[in-house]
Write a protein that binds this ligand. Sequence first.
Ligand code: ADP
Ligand code: ZN
Ligand code: ZN
Length: 837
Amino acid sequence: MARNLVFRVIIFILIEKQRAMAYYADIILPLSLPKPYTYGMLESQEKHLKTGMRVAVPFGKTKVYTGIVAKIHQDKPALYEVKYIEEILDETPIVTLKQLEIWQWIAAYYLCNIGEVLKAALPSALLLESETVVELNKEKEIQVEELSDQEYLIYEALQQKSILKVQEIMGILGLKKVLPIIQAMATKDVVVINQELYKQYKPKLVRYVKISEAYRDQEQLTAFLATTQKAAPKQYEVMLSYFSIEASTKKSITPKQLAAAAKTTPSTIKSLVSKGVLDEYYLQHDRMGFQGDTAGSSPVLTPHQTAAFEAINTAFLDKNVCLLHGVTSSGKTEVYIKLIEAQLQQDKQVLFMVPEIGLTTQLIARLQRYFGKEVQVYHSRNSVNERVETYQHVLAQTKGKIIIGTRSAVFLPFRNLGLIIVDEEHETTYKQYDPAPRYNARDISVLLAQKFNAKVLLGSATPSLESYDNAKKEKYALVELTKRYGNVLPPAIQLVDLKQKYKRKQMTGHFSDTLLQEMKTCLGEGKQVILFQNRRGYSPILECNTCGFSPQCPNCDVSLTYHKHNHSLRCHYCGYHIAMQLQCMGCGSTEISTKGFGTEQIETELKSVFKDYKIARMDLDTTRGKYAYEKIISEFEQQQIDILVGTQMLAKGLDFRNVALVGIMNADTLLNYPDFRAHERCFQLLVQVSGRAGRTKEQGKVLIQSFNPNHQILQQVTTNQYEKMAEEQLYERKNFKYPPSYKLIRVVVKHKDYNAVNEAADWLTKAYQNAFKEHVLGPEFPPVMRIRNAYIKYILIKVPPAYSLQKTKAYLERINISFSAIGAFRKIRLNVNVDPY
Ligand code: ADP
Ligand code: ZN
Ligand code: ZN
C-alpha cells in the first residue's frame, strides 16, 4: 500500500516536472477563427522559436497551414489535445510586436477575427498552405544544376503538370515538411505562387520634332531657306509644311505627320535633324519637366508652399495629425516632398499612401525623380514575389525608406517610421468593404503612427468631413493652401440648366448647345477636353415601349445595362450577361427604347459631332487589362487623345497640362444617391473633376449640366465654398445622428432564401433594440436587395457620442453569438461593418 503511494507520488512529481518544462505557442492561423490555436513544440524547437516567426502547423484532418507565433507560454490547453508544430519557417521573426498589437487592435475595433487580419496583412506567398498552387516561373531561365535533389523533383513534376498544389508536392516527395522547400524555390524565383507575374508597364515615348532654338532666329532661318530652296527642295518643302502645321494647330508635331504633309519620307526629316534645324524631343520627358532638373534636387517652394510647410512642422510640435487642405493644383506634392526629405535626413521611414496605384503612376514618377532608389512601391498589382521582397526590405530596412502604397501598405513591418502621408485622404478606396477586416487605412495610419511616435499628414483638396471635424475640434492641426501653383486661377465653373435647354430644344443628344460651343472653342485652340459621366455602359435601362418590360438580371435585383460595343446586356453586380435583345422578351415588340445614359453613349454621340478628333473612354470597361490605365493616361498626356470621357476615375489627382475644359454631363445622379454621404461625395467628386481643368497658365473652364442648378451643393461647388458645405453638412449630420457625431455599425444579413433573411433580420433587430433601444435602424433592404442570388438586409446601429463604443461592440458580439447558436439561423451569413462608409 505504502509502496504504491510512494510510486504514485514519484510519478506525479515527474509529470509535474515535465509539465513545467513543456512550452506551448499560440498560433494565429490565416483563417476565420475566433482565437489563436495553441500548439505544442519539441525541446529542440523551443530554443529557437520566437514570437512573430512563422510555423507550419497541422489543422483539421489533413491540412497544413502557415501561422504566426503570437505568444509562447507554458499553459497547457485544458480543452483539447494539443497538436505539434511541424516546422519553424523563419530564422528571425517576420512580424514585429508592433504589428501584432495593431492586428489585435483591428480585430477588436472592426469586430473580426485576427486570422482575417493576418490574411490581409501578409503577402500570400508568405502564407503557404496545403492548398497553395505552385507554378514554374516562366520569366526565368532555370539553372537545373543549382537545384537540390528535392527541388529538382518538384521542378520535374512541374514540367509534366504546370500547376501543382502543395498537397500534391507532399505526395511527390513523400514528405510532409515541404513548405520550406517551396519557400526557398520561390525566393530563388524558380517558382511563383498563387499568381501570375506583374510586368512593369513602360509608357511609349512618342517622338516629336520642333524647330531648334538656333533657327528660331529669323536671319538664320531665312538664310537657310534661301539655300535649301534649290539645293534641297524636299527639305525646303518640309520647312514650309512645318510652319503651316504650326500655324493651324498648336499641338506637337510628329516626324510622320510632317513627312506626310510635305509628301516626302522620314529620311528628309532625319537630315534636317542632323543639320540641327529641327530638334527631336519626347513629350513624356517634357511634360515631366525633366529638362534642366537634375534628379535628386528638390523643388523650390513658392512662398505659399513654404508657409504651409513651416505651419505643418510647427503643428507637429504638439499634434500628431495634421490635415493639409490644399486646393487642386496647389502643389501639395511639392510640400510632401520637402517633408519626406526632412525625414530621410533623420534616417526615418516614410509611408506615402495613395488611393489607387493605376491612377498614381504620375505621382510615383515624380517622387522617383526626387528620391530615386529610396522609393519602393507596394500594392496588389505587384507580383506575389515582388510583394514579399518589399515586405522583407521594409523589415530589414534594406533598400528604400519611402514606401508608396495602397491601403494594405499600413500592414508592412515598419521599424523606424517617421511620417505617414495620406494623399487624397477623402477617397473611399482607403476603406476595405469586403472581405473582413473591413478597415479604413486612413484611420489605421493614425494608430500606426502612434506606435512609432511618428506624424501623420492627411492631404486633400476636399477633406472628408471626419477629418475636417477633427481639425475643427483641434484634435488635428489644420493647414491650408488656398492658391494654385503659378498663380493659375481656379477654374471658372458654370452651371447649365438642362430643364431650360430641353424646353428650348437646345440639346443635341445629351449635350447642351453651351457645352458643345465651349468644346469647339477649346478643341479649336488645340486644347483637350474631359467629360465626366458617373455611369458606364451605353444605357442602364432598356424598356419596351409597348408593354414596359425591361430585362433584369436573374441573380440580382437590378436591370441589365446595355453595352453597345459588344451588343450585350450586362449586370454590373455579378457579371451576368446576354446578347442584346432586338425584340422585347415580354411581348415581342421591336420598339425598345433606352433610359438613362452612360459613358459609352456619350462616346457614341461625340463621334458623330466631333468627327475629326480622337476620342477615348476611361471607365471600368476600358481599364480591365493590365496596363490599360497607364495606356490611356499616357496617350492623353501625349495629346494623342483630344476628348476623354470617363467615370469617377477621372477625379483622382491626375495632372494633365493641356486640359482647358471639363464637362459634367449630369450632376443629378450624384445628388440623388440614397446615402447620407451623397452630398459630401457629390461635392468632392465635382470639385476634384473640375480641378483637372486649367492647371497651367490659362484659367480652365468647367460646365456642369443639371436639372437642379439651384441645388445648394452645386452652388457651393461653383463658388468653391468648401467650408460652407462642410459646416452645413456637419450640422445636418448632427441633427440626423450620423457620423462624425454618431458612430455607425452596420450588420449585414445574407441568404438566398428571402424568408430566412427576413426572419433572421427581425430576430437580430429585436435583440439589438432590447439593448440599444431607439438607436437601431432597420431592418431594411439596400437599394439593390439581391446580389448573386443572395438577399441582403441591413440593420444599422447608431452609437451616440456619450456611449462607450467598446461596450456597445461587446454587447453586439454577444447577441451575434447567441444568434449563431440558433439552429434555424446556422446557414445565414452575418457580417459586421464598423464605420461602414
Ligand atoms: P495638387 O496635388 O495640390 O493638386 P500638384 O502637386 O499636382 O498639385 O501640383 C500641380 C502642378 O504644379 C504640378 O505639375 C507641379 O509639378 C507644379 N508645381 C507645384 N509646385 C511647384 C513648385 N514649387 N515648383 C515647380 N512646380 C510646381
Ligand atoms: Zn414588350
Ligand atoms: Zn447580377
